[in-house]
Design a protein around this ligand. Structure first.
Ligand code: FAD
Length: 523
């Protein structure tokens, strides 16, 4: 594929193409301090952490980066309102600490990439009179715990105000509502920006590279991994002082390779989301439905011009491509309609997606960190595994994990330096991007800014600003950018995790897919 280089600007000088073959060459017979297996939020976090400490580090993923659970989340950056409720009811100080810590991480994520993560107001509609003071108190406590990290104050909302936020909401049974603030983010693009940042810091990475076998020292401890490039069918042998397993739902598979006697700890459950092709939330506030008739929580969120509704929680089998089942979709539609006076129907759905929750059966018992956490760091014959937790706390999870790795392996390393990290697109020099966007149609300019931040002009420099599909903001230049600068190799990498159109609008994705396939074939 022939793609022109971006025009020379100060920033372009530092933005190098991301050439997968170069990375594969570096990985072929590599020896690194830290090898990370799995390129979701946890793996990308560990990679960034290791690099920030001055260590050499590599990462491989057998699918695309973020193709697992990490692009299939509810896209909330949150302290955990439900955790707070549990902490309060159970007088559990450890859980309070967890909420506080997550709230601190929430603020960090918002500063790391403001174009990819932003504050979001959520309104909880309340049906009972007693519910109003209950939620007001609980969310007030959430404000207090946020301390200086607070994004805004929680407050009681009138039914009229809620109708403004969501005109389809059925306010007849409501007594009012309580609003509070959390964060929302573009999970797939945030994760890709993390990996791109690692590449710029010297990390060697490759997607579509599967770990088939763990290398062992004579004493049986893990010494690296033998991998296969699933696209070129080439073998890679990566030796490492420390190997960190960040394979999310697949954590036990590698643990058992390291130690066949290891106790399996993971179970998975599926959570689906439905994307509605209409804007139910015109002013950008979301709705948190506090309790369905079977005791679950549902979110209805503004999402890139559409409405995201989820999620479910059902036992599931491990799968690389989990799909939303008909009954899960029916469940969401039925329960959301119980709160609306203008019901939505299956014909309003533009896309669905399903993600697998990696659940650790008994985190406190199995944790080697000795701290109260909802994530764990396990060790099996020298293989470290980081799992559990949530997207919001990736940075803290990675720091905890690498503290243990550095100490256990006696690596010569600095302390973690990711607290003040800024991701690509958030360097703060916005003039060139603003100039390039100013003459474009408003929807395209807004979309490109939200996706690429202060690198938007560089994207436009590699191709045409022509729309790929009528009525949607995706432009031709993004395809070349995704493949040359964001590590995309396959059509799905582009559609689902660079443009995210596959997660939003299946019909538009199919149309773009045809053009994309031509580029992939020519590459
Ligand atoms: C429905 C749902 C909604 C959620 N919503 C939120 C939310 O709103 N906010 C929040 O903070 N958290 C949320 N979470 C939690 C969050 O998404 C997860 O905690 C996080 O994404 C897990 O990331 P991970 O890196 O551990 O796993 P994954 O993202 O699944 O990454 C694991 C990777 O390992 C790779 N892999 C597996 N085996 C191999 C191998 N042998 N070789 C190479 N690579 C391999 C896979 O391809 C995969 O990419 C949600 C989770 C679910 C399921």
């Amino acid at each position: 594929m022939s793609v022109p280089n971006p025009t020379a600007t100060n920033q372009a000088a530092t933005v190098q193409p991301w050439n997968r073959d170069d990375h594969l060459d570096r990985l072929a017979e590599a020896e690194v301090d830290v090898l990370v297996i799995g390129g979701g939020a946890s793996g990308a976090g560990v990679l960034l952490d290791a690099l920030s400490r001055g260590l050499t580090a590599a990462l491989v993923d057998r699918q695309d980066f973020m193709a697992g659970t990490s692009s299939r989340s509810t896209k909330l950056i949150h302290g955990g309102v439900r955790y707070l409720e549990q902490a309060f009811k159970g007088l559990d100080y450890g859980k309070y600490q967890l909420v506080r810590e997550a709230l601190a991480e929430r603020k960090r994520m918002l500063s790391m990439a403001p174009h990819l993560a932003w504050p979001l107001t959520l309104i909880t509609p309340v049906k009972s009179l007693i519910g109003l003071p209950y939620y007001r108190f609980g969310l007030g406590l959430y404000d207090v715990l946020s301390g200086s990290q607070r994004l805004g104050k929680s407050r009681i909302e009138s039914t009229a105000e809620m109708k403004r936020a969501c005109p389809s909401l059925d306010i007849k049974p409501l007594r009012g509502g309580v609003s509070y603030m959390d964060g929302q983010f573009d999970d797939a693009r945030f994760g890709i920006a993390m990996v791109r940042s690692a590449v710029e810091q010297g990390g060697a990475v490759a997607n579509h590279v599967e770990v088939n076998e763990l290398l062992k020292h004579d004493d049986g401890t893990v010494a690296g991994a033998r991998c296969t490039d699933l696209l070129g069918k080439r073998s890679l042998t990566i030796r490492a002082k420390a190997v960190v397993n960040c394979t999310g739902p697949w954590t036990d598979t590698l643990r058992l390779q390291a130690d066949p006697d290891a106790k399996p700890l993971m179970t998975v459950s599926s959570g689906i989301h439905v994307v509605l092709n209409k804007t139910l939330l015109p002013d950008g506030r979301g709705i948190l439905i506090p309790e369905t008739d079977d005791g679950r929580v549902l979110f209805m969120l503004p999402w890139l011009g559409k409405t995201l509704v989820g999620t479910t929680d059902d036992p599931a089998e491990l799968s690389d491509q989990p799909q939303a089942s008909q009954s899960e979709v029916d469940y969401i539609i039925k329960h959301i309609n119980e709160w609306l006076d203008e019901p939505v129907s299956h014909s309003d759905i533009s896309a669905t997606f399903s993600g697998l929750r990696p659940l650790v059966s008994d985190p406190d018992e199995s944790s080697t960190s000795g701290l109260t956490r909802d994530h764990v760091v396990l060790q099996d014959k020298g293989l470290f595994s980081l799992t559990g937790g949530k997207w919001t706390t990736w940075r803290r999870m990675a720091e905890d994990c690498m503290d243990i790795v550095v100490k256990t392996k006696g690596l010569k390393a600095k302390a973690c330096q990711t607290q003040e990290l800024r991701l690509p697109g958030a360097n703060g020099d916005t003039a060139a991007a603003e100039a390039a966007l100013k003459d474009l149609p408003e929807d395209i300019a807004d979309y490109l800014w939200q996706a690429y931040g202060d690198r938007a002009h560089l994207v436009l420099a590699v191709g045409s600003p022509e729309r790929l599909v009528r009525g949607a903001p995706y432009v031709e230049a993004e395809l070349a950018w995704a493949m040359r600068y964001e590590g995309a190799c396959k059509a799905d990498d582009v559609l689902y995790r660079r443009l995210r159109v596959g997660m939003l609008d299946q019909q538009a994705a199919d149309q773009i897919g045809a053009r994309l396939q031509q580029l992939v074939n020519a590459a």
